[in-house]
Design a protein around this ligand. Sequence first.
Ligand SMILES: [Zn+2]
Length: 397
Amino acid sequence: MTGVFIDLPGQDAVVAQLRRAAAGAADLLAGRRAEPGAMTHAWLFTGPPGSGRSVAARAFAAALLCGTDVGDAGGGCGECASCRQVFAGTHADLLLIRPEGLSYGVKQTRDLVLRAAGKPTGGRWQIVLFEDADRCTEQAANALLKAIEEPAPRTVWLLCAPSAEDLVPTIRSRCRVVTLVVPSSAAVAQVLTERDGVEPARALAAARAAQGHIGRARRLATDASAAKRRADVLRVPSSVTSLGPALSAAAALVRTAEEEAKAVTGELDEPEREALRRAFGEGSSGKGVAKAMRGMAGAMKDLEDRQKSRATRVKRDTLDQALLELALFYRDILMLQLGAGVELANPESDLRKLASSSTPEATLRRLQAIMHCRERLTLNVAPLLAVEEMALSLSEG
Ligand SMILES: [Zn+2]
């Protein structure tokens, strides 16, 4: 596969659908007769985390804005200035929305709807790519609905959400749904080998561990600290032998997640503050500077509030990811104990000892303890408390 859809392993049906739509869109722009129904103005990209919903939406945006004529095949070249700008997130006709906090409010949505109604500067389409559209509050969803019901002629909405059910029915029913599937480990490994130059056996191990999540597989295969953090998480099952070790394993798990979250948000925070200072002309002098500085203080406070809210979300997501890895480890153990012939996420050699020293019932109980802990965390129970409770359950026979 070449062009803009190259990073979507195992998504052949989706790619075919989007190519057809992009070809239809090109026909519409050229005033040719387009395949009826191939193109529409509101799309909903769904699929489990990591299956590539936003990658697919981004590729589709590039295909719609591509400056190269790729003929009847549809889809963008992936190489022209326009395609490159879409992937870099700098294209003038692409509005990229990524809710940073836990929810996306009505005021932000109204601003967005106004901006989305503008004419495309490049004469093609004005595209709004809305990641995590399920984080819209109910009021925000209503504001969005109006824009989707009565779209500007050249505006295309690309919403992303884990599943169609995550959006209110009124919005869902006005979007064409694109359903991404979990790609096979082999398909993910192939991309890691061909695009990232990862050695095949290592690529396959990373793809299995990431369970079809391509971004995560790539990090595990290429980033040593991500691989180490995963190893730390997977040391938990063999270390929770009694009360003391269980509590220290819990503390380590929470600390590891916090460190990882800090690394992620730390990289984003300072450049954002720097950009804001530059926008307000910090360091310059002359008329109006004092006034601008007062404006900056307010904007900086807003930015810091958003960053704080993002930090909370990343911390929560990171810990949840660690818990899912732990759950996957016990799922693998359960599969071994039941003799089910499914593909394992972890190397069998790491699992055998624990599998033979416990029963399927005990493993199920442990899985339940992990799921219960995840639930408690969504209810804002203090992380250490919830994880300690879980670790104690894991340590019981
Ligand atoms: Zn192009």
